[in-house]
Design a protein around this ligand. Sequence first.
Ligand code: CP
Length: 310
Amino acid sequence: MGVSLKFEGRDVISIKDFSREEIDYILKIGQAMESIAVKGSDMLRGRILATLFFEPSTRTRLSFEAAMHKLGGSAIGFAEAEIASVKKGENLADTVRVVENYADVIALRHPLEGAARLAAEFAKVPIINGGSGAEEHPTQALLDLYTIMKEKGEIDGLKIALIGDLRYGRTVHSLAYALSLYNIELYLVSPESLKMRREVLQTIKERISVTEKTDLEKIVPLVDVLYVTRIQKERFPDPAEYAKVKGSHKIDLETLSKAKEDLIILHPLPRVDEIAAEVDNTSHARYFQQVWNGIVVRMGLLALILGAVK
Ligand code: CP
């Protein structure tokens, strides 16, 4: 590394706040956590993570908590706003100013875009964005990059397609920004009404080759990585609009008949019906391996932010 990188005490709000060099370093530390995740460590003994999740989650919250436990630390928090004092009218700024007394770092998921940034302005401890509305999900992007690197050896030189809900899907916004730091060709495949957010597109097009398509068939044979996403039903302002695009893309054995032999399929999960169960046992499926990678990357990130690893 040419310059010294500083992670201790840092917020993780947007993947855009990180350079390629910093991202590569986080992935490297994630890799070093693979064996530690199996045997355990006490490098974060006495340190506390608070998970404040105002939206449902299985992977992000549990993997952050598991990551903390595997490093010898502990985790507190809530998984729904209904049981927190937010229900009594407490605002987010007050909530984080209270929780910073109990925890060394806060992982926050919130339905509002900008919520993590706002929380970071008020909190004295680092805030990690675990998903802010349809805006971003930076730690998911880190584990997605890690999965691609682990499976393919390197990210540079690949052809990668992001498929599905590119408008409301926060994981694809963070991932597109992150991938634009690498030398890749990006294909964006979605129904017309769910095309990639224009501000994301504008930024990434300045750095890499981007092709937008509505038809998946011609893209599948070209690419090395298919990143499939769920249509985010809960974010549609109009249920009639969701009905128009529901089930608009599905990866099954027939879709994959012309795919490269070494194509890998990723999905941030949860999936609904966009990847058929018959794909799970093919050599292409990597979405359950991705879940494990979420642990090691989040272990690395916590160790860096809390200063246990430089
Ligand atoms: N990938 C992801 O964010 O999953 P959860 O919603 O279960 O955290």
